[in-house]
Ligand binder design. Structure first.
Ligand code: C2G
Length: 135
């Protein structure tokens, strides 16, 4: 059984996220998602999600490609996650290519970056909706 791991905030779940999860799951048999906690988002990623962790977790758990959702509390937990969940491959979107947050994982597991889905992001959705609400 090939076990895949990915990380993210997955706020305002959209088809760009779904496409990432679908392609990641197709690379193996079991997909673990490290979901950024509200504290991690706020302190480290400097972003405030629209939905809180529990809501984002429930939404992810309803996606057919996702087998397990775990909290992402910090940048440093990835090696422990790989060990604990028997991960073969870490998959991320291409915006993380060459990031020092991930490159060191190459010595511990396969690391794959998938092209991002063009034209959608949680930030863009918020901006678009904000604009509409103001008109
Ligand atoms: N993504 C994508 N296409 C989009 C938007 C997002 O492929 N149009 C991918 C991202 O590249 C990421 C995943 O979907 O792999 C989740 O995106 P975010 O929730 O924005 O995650 P991010 O803030 O990049 O957090 O430790 C790593 C971080 O937790 C990743």
């Amino acid at each position: 059984m090939k076990r895949i791991l990915t990380y993210g905030t997955f706020d305002l779940l959209h088809y760009g996220h779904i496409e990432l999860l679908r392609r990641a799951r197709e690379l193996g048999d079991y997909l673990v998602v490290g979901l950024s906690t509200d504290e991690f988002n706020c302190k480290e990623k400097k972003k405030q999600s629209y939905y809180d962790y529990e809501t984002r977790k429930k939404m992810l758990e309803s996606v057919r490609y996702v087998d397990l959702v775990i909290p992402e509390n910090d940048w440093e937990q990835k090696l422990a996650d790989i060990e604990r969940y028997g991960i073969d491959t870490v998959v991320m979107g291409s915006n993380w290519l060459d990031s020092n947050r991930f490159n060191y994982l190459r010595h511990h597991c396969e690391l794959i970056f998938l092209p991002r889905t063009y034209g959608i992001s949680s930030t863009q959705i918020k901006a678009d909706l904000g604009g509409k609400l103001l008109t």
